[in-house]
Write a protein that binds this ligand. Sequence first.
Ligand SMILES: Nc1ncnc2c1ncn2[C@@H]1O[C@H](COP(=O)(O)OP(=O)(O)OP(=O)(O)O)[C@@H](O)[C@H]1O
Length: 595
Amino acid sequence: MSPPDAAGHQEDPNAASHGQAALGDLLAPVRSRLILACLLEVIGACAKVVPLIALVELARELLRDPVREERVWSVVAIAAGALLLRLLASGAALTVTHLADTAFQLDVRRRAARRLGHVPLGWFTDRSSGRVKKALTDDVADLHHLVGHAYLDLTTAIVAPSAALVYLLASDWRLTFLTLLPVLVGIIQYAFMMRGQGEQMERYQRSIADVSAAAVEFVDGIAVVKTFGQAGHAHTRFTSAAESFVNDFWNWVRGMLRGSTVAELALAPFTTLLAALVAGAAFVQAGWAEPADVLPFLVVGVAVAGPFLELNYAYQHLVSARHAAGNIQRLLSTEILPPTADTPAIPVDARVRFAGVRFGYSDDTEVIRGVDLDLRPGTVTALVGPSGAGKSTLASLLARFWDPTEGHVSIGDADLREMEQHTLYQHVGMVLQDIRLVRDSVRENMRLARPDASDEEVVAAAQAANIHERIMALPRGYDSVHGEDANLSGGEAQRVAIARALLADTPVIVLDEATAYADPDSETAIQNALSRLAAGRTLLVVAHRLRTVTGADQICVLNEGRIVERGDHESLLARGGLYAELWGAQEALAEGRTP
Ligand SMILES: Nc1ncnc2c1ncn2[C@@H]1O[C@H](COP(=O)(O)OP(=O)(O)OP(=O)(O)O)[C@@H](O)[C@H]1O
């Protein structure tokens, strides 16, 4: 399988448009619970309007002569009952949505864990880790707001005004129309303002992304740009992105300022009240209504206009939730390794074979262009060659970071694609250039390879990797936690990784740039550790310093994705080809001569 976004994934700018479908898919398991919650909220929203109507009826009753005490008490009881019902129904609705949200988050995180457990290891770069974090924390939090609150807010914002409207229409349709005229104006004004907002919103999001990118670039590269006296240049990039953001934002807001002031004024409860008062007074004067008939419009009219702004907020949440759902859905559909055959292959020995292997990170550039290579059990094979020749890529195929696009890689006659993951990693161990220690004790970091290893075995592996003394010098020895009280240098972390590989005791080992961090002191320690690791195993070493691999059983010189020379050190030197050239250049450098 080829990497879907190995070159670095850009967030899909059209995520929002795919978002609706994604949202539907993601929420499918909790849809019935959400419907139930919305139905409960409908009851709560209707009950919310009842006390207002009761207030009107109470006022009407109190204006009568004589006052019917019994009726007054029944109206009060209905109002109190409605309040209680509102509390219970909305409380129950909130409980249901929050339970649904918990189930939804668990489902998303489980699906993500299952999916990511089957994506190729090469997919996990810093950038993709950032995407995973964003999707599983920020985007899931955005959806929490939608699932937990916004659907209910939306329901109340639609149902409560509708119920109030029905009551008003039943009281007097002409007064209803006049009272709600400003609301109508406000809604039309809003609709007018919202035209083209999608485009503006996208421009705004792009400006924010530019500012973030410039800020990250500025902060990440500050040491380098300062070293080269270019801090001013990086600073200019950041300020111009920020200025362009401010301009875009101001143009957008300025255009909306007048319109939104008019709309908000028209929708303000005070305006509805004023309209009801003016229209009511006119109707009473004209003899078309009694003063008591105006009361519903003064009290309940406000309930129609008020929730409109809430409707707007709930809609905004829906829009951002769609965007978030798009991101989560893309993470959950990350391309995975094809499933293993029904009868998984098991290696018969530690022989490694690359047969006609071709691979590219993208369809248009091939990095490995037809490699045939045999690694006999118990031998050391070194991959050398110019930078960018494809050495690390070829080695990573043996640990199944990616699958070849053509040909195959096998261990003990078992194609890697036909092996179960755990079988593969029981056979192949890795010490890579990018050493990853997890935030846990040094002991547990080593035990990652074999959780059942005893303390004695851990210490023995650390001794063999020449790192035991250093670990004992840490504040809490083997219990020191990486990143807290165990701050290991690159070379030391590498020896921990070698100890881990020793503990894993796999018959095949991939070593990538095993001497990258070595200072002269630790180089000997690392080399000794490596010799112990190599003993009896099949080793594939990516080497930059040719001196470290002169003893290898076989040295393969890679150039532009092909093996151009192979043999042992002596025979390659005698041949006078690329290897001899690289050797000459490195020796000259080591001796301080110009190559
Ligand atoms: N994850 C990746 N995504 C896309 N391209 C990549 C990736 N890793 C490596 N490449 C590209 O593949 C080519 C081979 O890289 P590779 O790291 O395998 O070469 P190398 O011989 O190990 O180089 P070096 O000695 O400099 O480490 C290079 O052009 C590199 O830019």
